[in-house]
Every structure is written in structure tokens, then in C-alpha cells.
Design a protein around this ligand. Structure first.
Ligand SMILES: *[C@@H]1O[C@H](CO)[C@@H](O)[C@H](O)[C@H]1NC(C)=O
Ligand SMILES: *[C@@H]1O[C@H](CO)[C@@H](O)[C@H](O)[C@H]1NC(C)=O
Ligand SMILES: *[C@@H]1O[C@H](CO)[C@@H](O)[C@H](O)[C@H]1NC(C)=O
Ligand SMILES: *[C@@H]1O[C@H](CO)[C@@H](O)[C@H](O)[C@H]1NC(C)=O
Ligand SMILES: *[C@@H]1O[C@H](CO)[C@@H](O)[C@H](O)[C@H]1NC(C)=O
Ligand SMILES: *[C@@H]1O[C@H](CO)[C@@H](O)[C@H](O)[C@H]1NC(C)=O
Length: 514
């Protein structure tokens, strides 16, 4: 239980300067305007899948985008050094599951002193749209990552340039990366890109290096020539070092699990769990959303709470995790409160707040429950009731009714995502800026998760659950941000579960279920 005094102390209405996102935004915008306008080689930036609906923007937005691209191209230029390359078509799982795999991938590079990651090989998948994925640079700010990676000893994200990254002694060039498909070479790409491919059931590794002229691409030689001046072996060689899942796609998952081993027990005195490894903490800091996503998050929040710096409204973020798939998750759901009315009752005791931001997947709460739910009458009742309760909160506010207005609720994910326009990096048209949307890329759910995650980091307090990687990561990132700020404003993390709500100190507890 949380006492009101603790709460009052913890959740203070502070005139928060929205430090992190805003300052990097302003920094980046200033930066853009200082760079001189020049042309660049478009063919080496292959950012977004080609067959997507695009729109042309007018000229004034084009010039600042060109400035951005110049910086982007400069910072992503590869050096002839070993470069870790992701060989699966995309990362697997929901947003935070993919993030865990990404952390393991970065860790692999650091362990082997590999200073570059091949950017176009990194794609993030949308669980609700099998076969669809989006380039890393659409979701995340690559310029920001590359500017600061050195500080933390993390690898840089680099573009693919065949003449730098591949060495071909023979007359014929045999590159180990296919620029038109963004895949590691020498495999049946039609098959691996198809909707039907289930990464958990197939081992892409088995197919690498076929046909035989690509044999040199299938290697796990983490000691490939470290410096270009060293002696080059006979025959073709590549600086690309492939890494990714294997059958069951579990490798990165287990590698990530290994990085959590030291966190299994809490400190006896404080009850806090140990911090994550420095590499993971660094990824939490460096992986910030791309500019279009950051801007959209800010606009949605401003719209909901205004921009006044005096009497800044207090925002509580809630991740109830009551989606149908969780109701049916027979291992994790025992750690959760599935009844939204009870969750709302738990937060009723928090000190007064002005806005409740709720991170839910609309489709998986409002939509038709899966047939499997028919077998569980109790769960079906909860699912239908949650839908009504959520709708009521939408219409009348949280704790509100027809007669009495409650606290306004913001659901940001999908609606914010709809407003975002992503510029196409590969820009051939000099008099217009091409943009795509999450919808045209078919990654709306994924982008909505990214929006929800980074919005929850902005709230004055966060209420999450025990059995979800999304909640766990919000807890941890808020904790580390709080440590970095050192301004006395606590991380204000709370866990809601079957037995009510409690405050969480320190980074997230390890996941109790998978
Ligand atoms: C652009 O880069 C590609 C490969 O890096 C190269 O083949 C091509 O000639 C370059 N084009 C121009 C116009 O420089
Ligand atoms: C592009 O996608 C649309 C629909 O998604 C499809 O009808 C069309 O054939 C595709 N075009 C190419 C060139 O693949
Ligand atoms: C071009 O875009 C800018 C800002 O996005 C806008 O102010 C301007 O009116 C637009 N011009 C035209 C001709 O659409
Ligand atoms: C790591 O790589 C750098 C060059 O990128 C090199 O100077 C250094 O000696 C390497 N360290 C180890 C332990 O291999
Ligand atoms: C490269 O990708 C394209 C497009 O997916 C495909 O047609 C081509 O066969 C691939 N090349 C190799 C060597 O696999
Ligand atoms: C959910 O919780 C509320 C409040 O405790 C209760 O009235 C309601 O019956 C519960 N719903 C279900 C389906 O258990």
C-alpha cells in the first residue's frame, strides 16, 4: 500500500522543463540550420521500403531535410572495419521484445570490439502485420546515437558501402549484402521476406552462403581484419560479420537473458534489484525516437495539457496491459490485475492529477475477443466490461460519469501515429520531400508502441504491471533518467497487480513470466 504522504512527497507538481526530448530537438533543429546545403549520393541511402504510398511535400520543408541528410550521411559513413550485420529479415516480437534483442545485438558487437553496426540490416517488425517491417532509422534518431555512441563505448550505425566493406581479390565483386532487399546475401530472399516465414521455426543461418560463390559470407569470424593495413587474405572477404537468431530465433533472447543474470536477487537492505549492465543503460539513453516521432509526441502532449509553464498539470501514465492476448496468457496473467475497474480504483488514491495517459492497444481491447476466449466465461466477462469502462473514461473522463466530469484521459499511440509523416531518406526528387506514413508502411501498431513508450517516460508518475516487458522497461528507463537528472524529482513508479498498488524503487524487478 502507498500512503498519501509518500505520494505527496513523491508526486510533486514540478515545473518540469521537459529536458531530454525537447533539448535534443532544439539542438538538432539548430544544427540542421547551420549546415550548408550540398548534394549527396542518394543511392547509398536505402532507408525505406520502396513500394509504399508516398506524398510530395513542398520546397520549404525540403531544404532543412537536405541539411539533415548531410549530417546523417556524414555520421553514418562506414570505415573498413568489422561491422556486425543482422541477418534475420527483422527483429522479432513486440516493441520491447525487439528492444531486448537489439540490446543483445549491440552487446555482441561490444564484446568483440566491433565498432560498427550495419544500419540497413536492422529492421523492426510489426507483430500485427506479419512480413512487414521498417528500417531502424525511421523509428530512431541515428544522428543522435552516432554522435554519442563513442562516449559509452558503443558501436556506430553505418550505411552499406560495398567498396569500403567488401574486399574482392578476384575480378568479380561478390558483396555479402544485398542493397535492394536489405538482406545478408546468398539466400533465397523471396522465401525469407515472405509473410509465411515463421522466424521461430526456420533457421536462416543454415541458408546463408548459398550458392557457393557466397560461401565466404557465412562466417562467424569475429576477428576479421581489424585494421585495413593488416594483411588481407587471399580470395574474397567481407568486413560484415553476420549475427542474429537461429532456429527458434532464441539466440539473441538468451544472450539478453545472460545479461540479466546478476539481477536475479534484490539487495537485502534496500529491496532494490541491481542496476542493468552499463551497455544496456547506455542503449536506454542513446536510443531515442526519430525527430518526426518526438515532434508528434510533444504535440500530442501539448494539445492535451497546454504549454503553460506555470501550474504545469500533473500527468499520470498507466499501462494496464489488459489486451485480450494478456487476459489469455495463462502464465503472466496471474501477476496482473485484469479488471480495469479495479485498476482505476487503485489509482484513485493517488494525489490529485490532471491527465491520465493510458497506453493500450485500442484494437486489442475494443475489438472482438479471439474465439479462444469463449472457453473462459470469466475472462470474457472481464474483456467486455473493460471495453465499456474504457469507453466510459473516454467519454466522461476517468472516475467520471454522465453527470460529473472526471479526469481527462489521453490515449496517444494510434492517434498520434496517424499524424506522423516520415521523410523518405532516399530522395531522388530535388523539388519535393517525399513522406510516408506508418499506415503506408504497415507498421502502425509498432509506431504506436514507440509513441506510448516514450510518452510514458514523460509523465510525472507511471503505473505499470509486473508481467510486461513494456512496463518493466518504462520503470527502468524512468529510474535511470531520474538518476541522471539528480533534481530530486523521483521516478514515481508504481506497480499495480492483483493485490492493489505499491511503489517501486530502483530499476524494474526481473520479469516473473515469459
Ligand atoms: C553512388 O554510390 C554508388 C555506390 O556507393 C556508386 O556506385 C555510384 O556511382 C555513386 N553515384 C554517384 C553519382 O556518385
Ligand atoms: C505495390 O503494392 C501494391 C499494393 O500493396 C501492389 O498492388 C503493387 O503491385 C505493388 N507494386 C510493386 C511494383 O510491387
Ligand atoms: C509550404 O510549406 C510551408 C511550411 O510547411 C507552408 O508555410 C507554405 O505555405 C507551403 N507552401 C505551399 C505553396 O504549399
Ligand atoms: C579494438 O579495436 C580497436 C580499433 O577499432 C583497436 O585499436 C584495439 O586494439 C582493439 N582492442 C582489442 C582488445 O582487440
Ligand atoms: C537481391 O535482392 C533482390 C530483390 O529482393 C533479388 O531479386 C535478388 O535475387 C537478390 N540477390 C541475391 C544475390 O540474392
Ligand atoms: C471488476 O471489478 C469491479 C470492482 O471491484 C467489480 O464490481 C466487477 O464485478 C468486476 N468485474 C468482473 C467481471 O469481475
Amino acid at each position: 500500500m502507498v500512503t498519501a504522504t509518500t505520494n505527496r512527497r513523491r508526486i510533486r507538481i514540478a515545473c518540469r522543463t521537459l529536458s531530454f526530448l525537447i533539448s535534443t530537438y532544439i539542438f538538432t533543429v539548430n544544427l540542421y540550420s547551420q549546415i550548408e546545403l550540398t548534394s549527396f549520393n542518394a543511392s547509398s541511402s536505402n532507408a525505406i521500403q520502396k513500394n509504399t504510398t508516398t506524398q510530395i511535400k513542398n520546397e520549404s520543408s525540403t531544404s532543412s531535410f537536405n541539411d539533415f541528410l548531410i549530417e546523417y550521411m556524414k555520421l553514418t559513413t562506414p570505415l573498413p572495419l568489422p561491422t556486425l550485420t543482422y541477418y534475420d529479415p527483422h527483429l522479432m516480437g513486440g516493441f520491447r521484445n525487439q528492444h531486448m534483442r537489439f540490446v543483445a545485438f549491440v552487446n555482441k558487437a561490444v564484446e568483440h570490439n566491433i565498432s560498427q553496426l550495419l544500419l540497413p540490416s536492422l529492421r523492426w517488425g510489426d507483430v500485427s502485420q506479419p512480413g512487414w517491417s521498417v528500417g531502424h532509422e525511421v523509428l530512431f534518431d541515428v544522428v543522435y546515437w552516432n554522435r554519442r555512441a563513442g562516449e559509452f563505448g558503443l558501436p556506430r550505425l553505418v550505411r552499406y558501402e560495398a567498396d569500403v566493406l567488401e574486399r574482392n581479390i578476384e575480378k568479380e565483386v561478390i558483396p555479402c549484402f544485398n542493397v535492394s532487399s536489405s538482406m545478408y546475401s546468398g539466400l533465397n530472399e523471396k522465401k525469407w521476406r515472405s509473410k509465411g516465414i515463421v522466424l521461430r521455426q526456420n533457421s536462416l543461418w543454415d541458408y546463408l552462403g548459398e550458392p557457393s560463390k557466397y560461401a565466404h559470407c557465412k562466417h562467424q569470424n569475429f576477428d576479421v581484419i581489424q585494421n585495413s593495413h593488416k594483411e588481407i587474405p587471399n580470395g574474397p572477404m567481407t568486413f560484415l560479420v553476420p549475427h542474429g537468431g537461429t532456429k527458434a530465433s532464441g539466440r539473441l533472447w538468451w544472450e539478453y537473458d545472460g545479461m540479466q543474470r546478476h539481477r536475479s536477487k534484490p539487495d537485502e537492505l534496500t529491496g532494490k534489484y541491481p542496476d542493468h549492465l552499463p551497455i544496456e543503460q547506455a542503449v536506454y539513453k542513446l536510443l531515442i525516437p526519430s525527430l518526426p516521432i518526438r515532434r508528434a509526441i510533444r504535440e500530442s502532449l501539448n494539445e492535451a495539457i497546454g504549454t503553460s509553464t506555470i501550474n504545469k498539470p500533473t500527468v499520470v501514465a498507466l499501462h494496464p496491459r489488459i489486451e485480450h492476448d494478456m487476459l489469455l496468457h495463462d502464465i503472466c496473467n496471474e501477476f496482473m490485475q485484469l479488471n480495469l475497474t479495479k485498476i482505476f480504483d487503485s489509482i484513485r488514491i493517488m494525489p490529485k492529477f490532471d491527465l491520465l495517459f493510458v497506453a493500450v492497444s485500442k484494437a486489442l481491447v475494443d475489438g472482438k475477443p479471439p474465439d479462444k476466449m469463449n472457453r473462459y466465461k470469466d475472462l470474457m466477462r472481464i474483456a467486455l466490461e473493460n471495453k465499456i469502462v474504457l469507453n466510459q473514461a473516454r467519454n466522461y473522463g476517468v472516475f467520471g460519469s454522465k453527470d460529473q466530469k472526471g479526469i481527462p484521459m489521453l490515449e496517444s499511440g494510434t492517434s498520434t501515429t496517424r499524424k506522423i509523416e516520415f521523410p523518405v531518406m532516399e530522395q531522388r526528387n530535388s523539388n519535393g520531400l517525399e513522406v510516408v506514413t506508418a499506415k503506408s508502411l504497415r507498421v502502425t501498431e509498432l509506431v504506436a508502441s514507440v509513441v506510448n513508450f516514450f510518452t510514458a517516460l514523460e509523465a510525472d508518475a507511471f503505473v505499470g504491471v509486473r508481467g510486461s516487458t513494456f512496463s518493466q522497461d518504462v520503470f527502468s528507463v524512468r529510474y535511470y533518467q531520474h538518476q541522471d537528472r539528480g533534481d530530486g524529482v523521483g521516478e514515481n513508479n508504481f506497480v499495480v497487480g492483483p493485490n492493489g498498488m505499491r511503489q517501486l524503487f530502483g530499476p524494474a524487478e526481473p520479469l516473473p513470466c515469459k
